[in-house]
Design a protein around this ligand. Structure first.
Ligand code: APR
Length: 314
């Protein structure tokens, strides 16, 4: 690991805490800032202390501080943004726009001032709208602003496929594209169990049920817990940060600013991206069948609808 790496976590709530725990445990950074609003600063400091004490047991020396001072985030290599309010049962991600939009604007302005060189991974929901607004506000190049959704949605899809096929999740490959929501697009040509088409292991009805469950994967957890998921979202963002910091050139589904790829431009949507030392180095264009193209168009229209709401909200 690099002794010099610094990651700031904007939002010290459920996902922020799990992010810090995973970053420390995997020694992805030597310094972590758990940042939150002033009324939560003591809470952030307490969580940071607990996590540092955890390091004494697990034998890692990651320095973790809690703060509500943006100056403490200066020099960050990566910012992971979870600032905002999570969903409650019965809420759609879209219902969060009004609350989370002023928050992402505040975060974008401060990030621009204090962390001008960082790679940013946005997790706050509604994801496609929040990452769009962050990039629009900062005017940072698309290489340095990505949204985390596809890695998580694909992980949910992989888990359900593995359980249905009675296979190891380690052998299941899957790719989910489009917006983070009910219109996400599973790409069946990229869905295999150790290279064998997943359709060999289950009926069309079983597969349809898995796709439907994946689309509602976040809502299922909100319904059970009363708040949104945090372990798998944190792991997803950590894998993206690691791909950047270690120049891994991984192909990960991320929300990226489209510039003509797949026939779309001017908004963020989930597409396969190469993540390496240059950040979001390239959007990979894969062949889609007619059904997948239609589903992607539906998804793009849903994302554009929410981006229109963002653009109309000053
Ligand atoms: N700057 C920094 N932190 C903020 C700000 C702000 N302007 N506004 C709110 N926060 C903090 C809250 O005080 C809270 O501690 O963001 C934190 C969010 O933590 P949780 O409520 O525990 O939410 P979490 O489960 O971590 O999810 C955060 O990610 O997946 C999405 O839908 C989810 O939008 C939600 C976000």
């Amino acid at each position: 690991m690099s002794k010099q790496r610094k990651i700031s976590l904007i939002g010290a709530g459920n996902i922020g805490g799990e992010l810090a725990a995973q970053i420390a445990r995997t020694q992805l950074a030597s310094e972590v800032v758990l940042f939150d609003i002033p009324v939560k600063e003591e809470f952030a400091k307490g969580k940071a202390l607990d996590l540092e004490q955890n390091g004494a047991i697990n034998c890692h020396d990651c320095r973790i501080i809690g703060s509500s001072n943006w100056a403490d985030c200066a020099g960050s290599d990566v910012l992971i943004i979870t600032a905002g309010i999570p969903r409650k049962p019965g809420q759609d991600r879209k219902d969060l726009v009004a609350t989370n939009l002023p928050i992402i604007r505040n975060v974008a302005d401060n990030a621009k001032e204090h962390c001008p060189g960082a790679l940013v991974i946005v997790i706050s929901n509604p994801l496609d709208a929040m990452v769009y607004e962050f990039q629009r506000r900062t005017e940072w190049p698309r290489e340095r602003v990505v949204g985390m959704a596809g890695v998580l949605d694909s992980a949910r899809f992989r888990l359900f496929l593995a359980r249905q096929a009675n296979a190891s999740v380690k052998d299941v490959r899957a790719m989910v594209l489009g917006g983070h929501g009910d219109t996400m697009v599973p790409v069946m040509s990229a869905c295999t169990i150790n290279g064998i088409a997943a359709t060999e292991f289950m009926s069309a009805e079983q597969l349809d049920a898995i796709i439907a469950r994946t689309r509602k994967g976040g809502g299922e957890i909100v319904g059970l817990m009363g708040t949104s998921a945090y372990y798998a979202p944190a792991s997803s963002a950590v894998s993206m940060a690691a791909a950047y910091l270690n120049d891994e050139k991984r192909i990960l589904p991320c929300a990226a600013l489209l510039q003509g790829e797949y026939g779309y431009e001017g908004f963020f949507m989930g597409v396969p991206c190469i993540i390496g030392g240059g950040g979001m180095e390239k959007v990979v264009e894969i062949s889609l069948n007619d059904d997948e193209k239609t589903m992607l168009e539906t998804s793009a229209n849903a994302v554009k609808g929410i981006v229109d709401i963002v653009n109309a909200t000053t």
